[in-house]
Design a protein around this ligand. Structure first.
Ligand code: PLP
Length: 439
């Protein structure tokens, strides 16, 4: 390895004759070829083998004159991704993590969530939203949903507040902006912190503010099934609070802040100090440089992707609005700009003469993608095992119950070909007609 590309880069301890990076292995030209083959796999085209051989030769030649990537995690690309996130989302601080579940853990720790605290979230979300509070013995309280969007309903949120409520976690499900004015008003009135789970909401906006930038914390998943991804996994945590922001880097990696030089390895490692003054121990949620590169590349396409999704949603609305009993999804307004991560299909069971479970079976039979039906979290086995009473909780969320069993499901919007989109819309109309005819 030439000294030009070396130096003590991995652990920035200054110039040295025997570099620290010698403790780690590099990747070379043949590895680069494997990465190319992974991202651009053989799709059965006749000239793939020839073109791959050309690429292999070119990569081998390039490898002979190239340096080696010496910094693989928490380096400049991670910092660049975070700077881009701050600019795009209008937040003061951003932290790129291995995934959003890890990002949320940092926020929950900084909020001081611990045993006995209550965290309110919508009854319908993904299990990741409640994983950390459950793991420390905090109590999850479920708010009922707004039937138009399946998002947390601020009016029910207010009814669920108790003296133990420490955090409110609205989820922009499917990319529909939550009524954040309603949520923030309740939160401020009672002095409770808010974290937006915007796993589906990257790039969406509410009253001119980007989703994820409105609460005390907010953030996004870059898992491969979200609107954009960072090579499979990733998360971004945002805050504009200085006391929290200055601790994000430490929260990500065991209390160490690798964004600055570590002065003293014995004494420079601190625990996190939460809002309530409690001491919290950080875990490791580091993201790699190559994940950060993935995020930077896809961030550039985000607005374009949302525009395509929005058009697809409008097409679905146009076709479905013609059929009585189908409730089309809420369109964007001057105040709300959704990401159209999923299409929200709802029916009026009385008009249609059947419920969503029956309709879903018909849609599956017509070959439509069966997106896992987002269901009430209090129905999950894990909650029973933790001692939650599903029947009591169901009684506190009547609209969730009604809608889940009778009325809603989600459909994909992207990347669909025009033919697939047209087929999907038509199949929904046909399935609803069959239900009406009692077929
Ligand atoms: C995907 C998802 C998460 C978790 O994100 P990861 O990056 O997979 O950890 C959290 N909340 C919701 C609503 C999600 O859909």
């Amino acid at each position: 390895m030439s000294e030009k590309s070396g130096g003590d880069f991995r652990y920035s301890v200054g110039e040295s004759k025997v570099p620290w990076h010698a403790v780690g292995e590099f990747f070379d030209g043949s590895d680069a070829l494997e990465l190319v083959k992974f991202l651009l796999p053989d799709n059965g085209e006749a000239d793939y083998a020839v073109k791959l051989a050309n690429a292999a030769k070119a990569l081998s030649e390039l490898s002979d004159v190239a340096g080696r990537a010496t910094k693989l995690t928490l380096g400049k690309k991670v910092a660049d991704a975070e700077a881009l996130a701050c600019e795009y989302f209008g937040s003061k601080y951003a932290c790129f993590t291995s995934n959003w579940t890890g990002g949320m853990e940092i926020a929950y720790k900084l909020a001081g969530i611990s045993a006995g605290d209550e965290v309110i979230m919508p009854a319908v979300t993904f299990i990741a939203t409640m994983a950390y509070p459950l793991s420390v013995g905090a109590k999850i309280v479920f708010a009922d949903i707004d039937p138009e969007t399946i998002n947390l309903d601020p009016a029910d949120l207010e009814r669920k507040i108790t003296p133990k409520t420490k955090m409110i976690v609205p989820v922009h499900l499917g990319g529909f902006p939550v009524d954040m004015d309603g949520v923030m008003a309740v939160a401020r009135k009672h002095g409770i912190m808010v974290m937006e789970d915007a796993a589906h909401g990257m790039g969406g906006a509410y009253k001119g503010k980007k989703l994820g930038s409105i609460g005390d914390f907010g953030g996004f998943s870059l898992h491969e099934v979200k609107n954009i991804n960072s090579l499979g996994e990733g998360g971004v945590l945002l805050t504009s609070d200085d006391a929290f922001g200055s601790q994000l880097a430490g929260g990500r990696f065991l209390g160490l802040d690798f964004t600055r030089k570590i002065k003293d390895w014995l004494y420079d490692i601190s625990p996190l100090t939460a809002r309530d003054g409690s001491i919290q121990v950080a875990q490791n949620h580091s993201a790699t440089e190559i994940q950060a590169l993935g995020l930077i590349l896809q961030m550039k396409r985000l607005d374009k992707i949302i525009a395509i999704r929005r058009k697809a949603a409008e097409y679905m609305n146009g076709v479905l609005s013609e059929e009585k009993g189908i409730l089309i999804e809420k369109s964007d307004t001057a105040d709300t700009y959704g990401t159209h991560h999923l299409y929200l299909l709802r029916i009026d069971p009385k008009v249609v003469g059947g419920n969503i479970q029956q309709l879903a079976a018909k849609l599956a039979a017509k070959g439509l993608t069966n997106i896992t039906h987002f269901g009430p979290m209090y129905r999950f086995k894990i909650m029973r095992d933790l001692g939650y009473n599903e029947h009591e909780l169901a009684a506190t969320c009547p609209r969730t119950e009604e809608m889940f069993y009778n009325s809603y499901t989600h459909l994909p919007l992207y990347p669909l070909t025009e033919e697939q989109l047209v087929y999907q819309a038509q199949a929904v109309v046909e399935a609803v007609r069959e239900l009406k005819q009692g077929k």
